[in-house]
Write a protein that binds this ligand. Structure first.
Ligand code: NAD
Length: 295
């Protein structure tokens, strides 16, 4: 397929490479010229703008930080919709507010362009391996057309409902991850403050009901004092803000999500916004004058 890719950051670079490796013709664009240079060096074609990319593509994928960037890149001047032909498809794979995804879909529909929201879970390692979990909102017929592209970037792609459903699913994922990390942080702070070895406690509980992928990934990082990202505090704060905005629009109360989001804001304010989200433990440690580490 002729595929356009807009947004060549931590995730977009490896995702576009995997599409190319699967035999698709790629045209790429990012506002940072250096990012485009890197991907063009691998054999993709340089796009001059988002509009230029979409004009040369059957499917245009966007992978950008948040809703405002997606709205700008798709509906703004020189954006994807200025170039896209009727009948082409736009797939936004960024994690954005479901409400923003629905606004972008409406702008696409007005030009006869199809739209899917298809955020991902798995982070950079799975973007590199092509094993992302992809959560999709939109029409079945459009999903079926794009499925070969999802297959090149991910190990699963699930249509969870109409446009917006992909991002609702992603926000649900982000709530479960954030609140789980907060629970792991408090549990290991308690164990350490009580004089126990947090690694022994981790090993004792991980096979029981408290076991989780989050526990297995994040407890060793906390105990090893390794907060190199993975997934940044700043981005997780953005996701929980989007979850709370979506919840508010439905008059749904999410007290634990709200608390986790406040903790992430506090971490950003004391210079930890670029750390891995396992740094939620640092907030609990600061409050309790304790450091989660082996004695
Ligand atoms: P990033 O900041 O590394 O990359 C974003 C890219 O978009 C940058 O290269 C930036 O220059 C470009 N950009 C911004 N505005 C643009 C515009 N108007 N036109 C063209 N390019 C533009 O971010 P990332 O880590 O690649 O994340 C992208 C999305 O994926 C986010 O929504 C994030 O929440 C989500 N996500 C990230 C991870 C992760 O582990 N990094 C995991 C899952 C989901």
């Amino acid at each position: 397929m002729k595929v356009g890719f807009v947004g060549l950051g931590i995730m977009g670079k490896p995702m576009s490479r995997n599409l190319m490796k699967a035999g698709h013709d790629l045209v790429v664009y990012d506002i940072v010229a250096g990012a485009v240079d890197e991907v063009v060096a691998d054999g993709t074609v340089r796009g001059e703008s988002a509009a230029d990319v979409s004009a040369r593509s059957e499917v245009t994928i966007t992978m950008l930080p948040d809703g405002p960037e997606v709205e700008m890149a798709v509906t703004g001047p020189g954006g994807v919709l200025s170039g896209a032909a009727a009948g082409s498809i736009v797939v936004d794979m960024s994690s954005i507010s479901p409400l923003a995804a629905q606004r972008v879909a409406a702008a696409c529909a007005a030009k006869g362009v199809e739209f899917l929201d298809a955020p991902v879970s798995g982070g950079e390692p799975k973007a590199v391996d092509g094993t992302l979990a992809i959560m999709v909102g939109g029409r079945q017929e459009v999903f079926d057309k794009v499925l070969p592209l999802f297959g090149a970037m991910g190990s699963s792609a699930t249509l969870t409902g109409p446009v917006g459903a992909g991002n609702v699913t992603k926000l649900a994922n982000q709530i479960m991850v954030a609140v789980n990390i907060a629970g792991v942080s408090e549990a290991l702070a308690l164990a350490t403050k009580a004089g126990l070895d947090p690694e022994v406690v981790f090993n004792a509980v991980k096979g029981g009901l408290a076991g989780s992928t989050v526990l297995n990934a994040k407890a060793p990082m906390m105990i090893g004092r390794n907060f190199k990202p993975g997934f940044r505090v700043r981005l997780h704060q953005k996701d929980l803000r989007n979850a709370l905005l979506a919840a508010e629009s439905m008059k749904l109360s999410l007290p634990f999500t709200s608390l986790a989001q406040q903790v992430l804001i506090a971490l950003m304010n004391n210079g930890r916004g670029e750390l891995d989200h396992s740094a939620i433990a640092n907030f609990i440690e600061d409050m309790g004058s304790v450091e989660i580490k082996r004695p």
